[in-house]
Design a protein around this ligand. Sequence first.
Ligand code: ADP
Ligand code: MG
Length: 238
Amino acid sequence: MGSLQLKSIRKAFGTHEVLKGIDLDVNDGEFVIFVGPSGCGKSTLLRTIAGLEDATSGSVQIDGVEVGHVAPAKRGIAMVFQSYALYPHLTVKDNMGLGLKQAGAPKVEVEEKVAKAAGMLSLEPYLARRPAELSGGQRQRVAIGRAIVREPKLFLFDEPLSNLDAALRVNTRLEIARLHRSLKATMIYVTHDQVEAMTLADKIVVLNAGRIEQVGSPMELYNRPANLFVAGFIGSPQ
Ligand code: ADP
Ligand code: MG
């Protein structure tokens, strides 16, 4: 299970209110895309779901259970960042297994799960390398592999493809779509890219200045944008 319920989430940094009341339900197994202009609060919202930021008010529930006071590592969430955030001194294998190892999993279990994730992402030839010996696309696959190894209920992706060139972006996007189908996990994914949004999403959430403008399937938003702002992002030309 990996459903998510956000109720009236507000988040301020000092006097600057970045999230101004976010209500959202994500169903188990759904692929949900957040889009919106730079600075509208997408990363802050992901970080609040992950527990890397505390909401100023409101509630975050996973499968109906309040997680506001649950530590990030205990929420059953894995986050993949644009910057990969790999440990440079560790091999691919150790980067992928670190989370499980730190959670106290036995060595055989860590090895088994790392091998399985490496197989899913065609990373077997690179397990002994360090991040500096990999291309950008390979590094991002390692970051995704590290998330898979932890078997999270919920994957959060923050613009995971934006540092990759166009061809790699397409390949990695297809790989993420395939993983979503095979893992049947819930995924929430931030992007600037309309093609990513339209092709990956079951549901698109359009954010603007800390509020949700519209939630709907790609076709709903494309055919019936609620306003000009949404139309400008994903709607059909008006
Ligand atoms: P997005 O990911 O949509 O581009 P962010 O969530 O990163 O937007 O940022 C939303 C706003 O919150 C921006 O104005 C940003 O400067 C501000 N912000 C984000 N993190 C912090 C922080 N730790 N301290 C202060 N302001 C922040
Ligand atoms: Mg961001």
